[in-house]
Design a protein around this ligand. Structure first.
Ligand code: ZN
Length: 385
C-alpha cells in the first residue's frame, strides 16, 4: 500500500467514526491513579513526560508552528542564558503529534475569539506543563478493566487506578488526558455512548414521604434507606475519645491518624447511602412516567436506625433528584394529603401512631394511611393539571 492509499484509508475510517459518534453522547470520566502504588520508575517517567511536553510546546511556539517539525527528536532548550540540546526520549510520535494538534486548536480558538472582537493575547510559553494529551486508545494508552490498570506508552509499569467501573462496557473509548494535580494523578477519559432509549410506561404514581417507611407509593410499594453505623466507626470513635483524654493534646499524632481513619469510614457509609438513594431514584424514574410528590417539611422527622441525619439527607437527596425530572410534579406543602378523604373531601386528623385511615365524616376506611396519602397527592396533581 502506498502512502496515498494509506492516507485515504485513514480519512475514510475517521469519517465513519465521526458519523457513528454524531448520534451518540460524549462523556468524560475522571479516573484517579492510586498514588501509593506509584513506583519510582513511574514517577521518573512521568516527570520526564511532563518536562518534554513543556519543551516541545515552547519549541513550537518559538518556531512558528511548523508541521514538518512535529516529529522532532532533539530540541534546543534554554538553560539560563544559553541554549542546550536535549533529546526527546519518552514522547512517542503520536503524543508529539497530539501536543502539536492541541496547540493548533488553542491557536484556532484564540483567533476565533479575536474575530468576535475580543482582546486576545498570544500563546504563552509555559514554565510547567501538567497535561498530556493521549489521543489514540490502544496506542498511547491502554485500559485493563479486569485488573484496574492503565498503561501509558513508554512507561513500563501500568498505573493502578480507581473508577474504571464508571465506564460502561459498550462505551466507545476515544482519547484521554493525563493531568497532574496537587491531589494526585488523573486520567480524563472521553467516551461515546449510545443514548438510552426512553421507555414510555404510561404509569402514574404518587409518593408519600414518611416516618414508618421512607417512601410509600400509591400502588403500595415501599422503600427504605437503611445504613447501619458499622463496627469500625464505633471502635474508632471509642479509641478517638480515649486518645483525646489520655494525651490531653488536641493534635497528637495518634489522634490525627485516628481521625483520618474515621473520616474514611464515614466516607464509605456516605457512599453506601448515596448508592441506595440513587437506586430508588433510578427505579422511580424508569418505571413511572408521571410522578406526584409533596414538598413537605421533614424537619420534625425522627427515625430509628441511624439517627436523624442519615434519613434526613437521604430523603432530601431523593427529593432534590426527583425535582430535576420533567416527569415529577410537586404539590405545595399546604395540601393536607394525610388528612383528606378521597370520597367526601373532609379532613380527619390522625395521631402519628395510627397506621390506617378512617374518615370521620363518611366512614371511608383504608388499611394504610401512607398509601392513601400517596394516592391523594396523585389525585390532586391530576385534578389540577
Ligand atoms: Zn370521607
Amino acid at each position: 500500500m502506498n502512502k496515498e492509499e494509506k492516507n485515504k484509508k485513514i480519512a475514510q475510517r475517521r469519517q465513519a467514526t465521526y458519523k457513528r459518534h454524531s448520534s451518540m453522547i460524549c462523556k468524560t470520566y475522571e479516573i484517579k491513579a492510586v498514588s501509593s502504588k506509584l513506583n519510582s520508575e513511574q514517577k521518573q517517567s512521568l516527570n520526564q513526560y511532563f518536562k518534554e511536553a513543556k519543551w516541545l510546546r515552547n519549541f513550537h511556539i518559538a518556531h512558528g508552528f511548523d508541521r514538518n517539525l512535529r516529529d522532532i527528536k532533539e530540541i534546543e532548550v534554554k538553560v539560563g542564558k544559553t541554549l542546550e540540546n536535549r533529546s526527546l526520549s519518552i514522547l512517542g510520535s503520536q503524543v508529539k503529534q497530539d501536543i502539536f494538534d492541541n496547540l493548533i486548536s488553542e491557536l484556532r480558538s484564540l483567533s476565533s475569539n479575536k474575530k468576535q472582537g475580543n482582546k486576545v493575547g498570544k500563546l504563552k510559553y509555559k514554565s510547567v506543563c501538567n497535561m498530556l494529551p493521549l489521543r489514540q486508545y490502544g496506542t498511547t494508552y491502554k485500559i485493563d478493566f479486569y485488573h484496574n490498570r492503565i498503561k501509558v506508552q513508554n512507561i513500563k509499569k501500568p498505573f493502578y487506578v480507581k473508577g474504571l467501573k464508571q465506564i460502561p462496557e459498550e462505551a466507545d473509548i476515544t482519547n484521554a488526558k493525563l493531568v497532574r494535580k496537587a491531589s494526585g494523578l488523573y486520567f480524563y477519559i472521553t467516551c461515546y455512548e449510545k443514548p438510552k432509549i426512553k421507555v414510555i410506561t404510561n404509569r402514574q404514581i404518587g409518593i408519600d414521604f414518611g416516618i414508618k417507611d421512607n417512601l410509600t407509593l400509591s400502588d403500595g410499594l415501599t422503600f427504605n434507606i437503611k445504613v447501619k453505623e458499622n463496627e469500625t466507626i464505633k471502635r474508632l470513635s471509642k479509641k478517638l475519645n480515649r486518645t483525646f483524654i489520655k494525651y490531653g493534646k488536641k493534635y497528637s499524632r495518634n489522634h490525627r491518624k485516628l481521625k483520618g481513619k474515621l473520616k474514611v469510614a464515614y466516607e464509605k457509609l456516605t457512599n453506601q447511602k448515596k448508592d441506595q438513594t440513587n437506586k430508588v431514584v433510578h427505579f422511580l424514574l424508569n418505571n413511572y412516567d408521571f410522578i406526584a410528590m409533596q414538598d413537605e417539611m421533614i424537619a420534625n422527622w425522627h427515625s430509628g436506625l441511624f439517627g436523624k441525619q442519615v434519613q434526613h439527607s437521604s430523603m432530601g437527596f431523593i427529593k432534590a433528584k426527583l425535582k430535576n425530572s420533567s416527569k415529577v410534579h410537586v404539590v405545595e406543602t399546604s395540601f393536607p394529603s394525610t388528612q383528606i378523604c378521597p370520597i367526601c373531601g373532609s379532613l380527619t386528623k390522625h395521631p402519628l401512631n395510627k397506621r390506617d385511615y378512617d374518615c370521620k365524616a363518611c366512614g371511608y376506611h383504608h388499611d394504610s394511611r401512607d398509601i392513601k396519602s400517596a394516592q391523594s397527592i396523585l389525585d390532586y396533581v391530576l385534578m389540577m393539571s
